[in-house]
Ligand binder design. Sequence first.
Ligand code: THU
Length: 159
Amino acid sequence: MKGIHFQYSTYANQSELNAEDAALLAKARQATKDAYAPYSQFNVAAVALLNDGSIITGTNQENASYPIGICAERVLLSAVSSVHGLMPIKTIAISYHNRLGQSTKPISPCGICRQSLLEHTLRQGQPIRLVLSGLEGEVFIINNAADLLPLSFTADDMQ
Ligand code: THU
């Protein structure tokens, strides 16, 4: 039998984070107001800190044709690639505002976004850290977003 072990860190709230992570999370919480989520009422924001110090924001963008909607994480990755080329992403903070309920537990990226994060990680050749939290409360830190997708399918599989 083989196994894959996954580890992440948890913190009671943002006051336990280092200054850089706390500032990025504050930006993500603030950016949830820029989501366009009239259908789900679930605003998500993903904010990236790049190696050169740049900060880029993505928010979920929905559509009356529901499947067209794009998650905050993929809006962010497209923006980073388009505007900053391959300047590596160091950390992404992800927050959300559930306008119909609570926003107090961390959420982690959906399956499609995990695949996109993996591809971006391989392209940039540097792990992407994730800082996950709602508008308040517990924070999860994952040191390598690629860990969220074990046994993944990548370009190597098509050699
Ligand atoms: N959503 C994200 O933007 N990121 C996630 O990690 C989970 C879900 C969006 C998609 C949709 O607009 C809304 O949240 C509800 O699923």
